[in-house]
Design a protein around this ligand. Structure first.
Ligand SMILES: N[C@@H](CCC(=O)N[C@@H](CS)C(=O)NCC(=O)O)C(=O)O
Length: 200
């Protein structure tokens, strides 16, 4: 299988962490692609031209990150990241919440790269509001992000790591001591260390 990734992409980091946590390294070849450059190989795997994208051994394209993570999780019963039964829904909702944080954070990063006169204060406020409210909800109830490692925890680790990497000025830690402590512990996992974004 080929996993198209960029080392700065937090969505690709989710998929790479799943590969690491599930011990699938020997079956998955990581192929670097910059989605903002000419990349026919990536476009063939994902017409949206986004990373991550997975090309299976049978030639099937799989995207985006939640689907890739679910596919990889289903490849082996070892280290189940998406539980069965009632535990499934809080974990998948936790993943969706952290994907939403990433969507807002990535949008802020992209908007900041546009000429200042074209940037939208309304959108900045809306994206920042979404991030703040989601982090407050997680701070108030960390239960969906506790217990055996799960896709919700991986999503949260990637989201907080991305905020530190690209939006350190948003200072998410003040007033969220429990979340800060959670992240300190989670960031020490080998899968987090192995997928750290480059120093910017
Ligand atoms: N919802 C997608 C988002 C993927 C995404 O937006 N990836 C970014 C890199 S961080 C990308 O490839 N952007 C290129 C573009 O949107 O043109 C997922 O979860 O995989």
């Amino acid at each position: 299988m080929k996993l198209y990734f960029a080392n700065t992409s937090p969505y690709a980091r989710k998929a790479r962490m799943v590969v690491h946590e599930k011990g699938l390294g020997a079956r998955v070849e990581e192929v670097f692609q910059n989605p903002f450059e000419e990349s026919p190989e990536l476009v063939a795997a994902n017409p949206l031209k986004r990373v991550p994208a997975l090309l299976t051994d049978e030639g099937r394209s799989i995207f985006d990150s939640p689907v890739i993570c679910a596919y990889l999780d289903a490849l082996s019963a070892d280290v189940p990241l998406i539980p069965a039964g009632d535990a499934r829904w809080p974990v998948l909702t936790g993943e969706a919440m952290t994907d939403g944080i990433l969507d807002a954070a990535f949008a802020i990063v992209m908007e900041r790269r546009r000429p200042e006169a074209q940037q939208s204060p309304m959108w900045f406020e809306r994206w920042q509001g979404g991030i703040d409210r989601a982090l407050d909800v997680i701070e108030a109830d960390l239960a969906p992000f506790e217990g055996p490692v799960s896709i919700a925890q991986i999503g949260l680790g990637c989201a907080l790591g991305y905020l530190d990497f690209r939006l350190a000025d948003l200072t998410w830690r003040p007033g969220r001591a429990r979340l800060a402590e959670w992240y300190e512990g989670f960031a020490a996992r080998p899968s987090m260390i192995a997928t750290e974004p480059p120093v910017s």
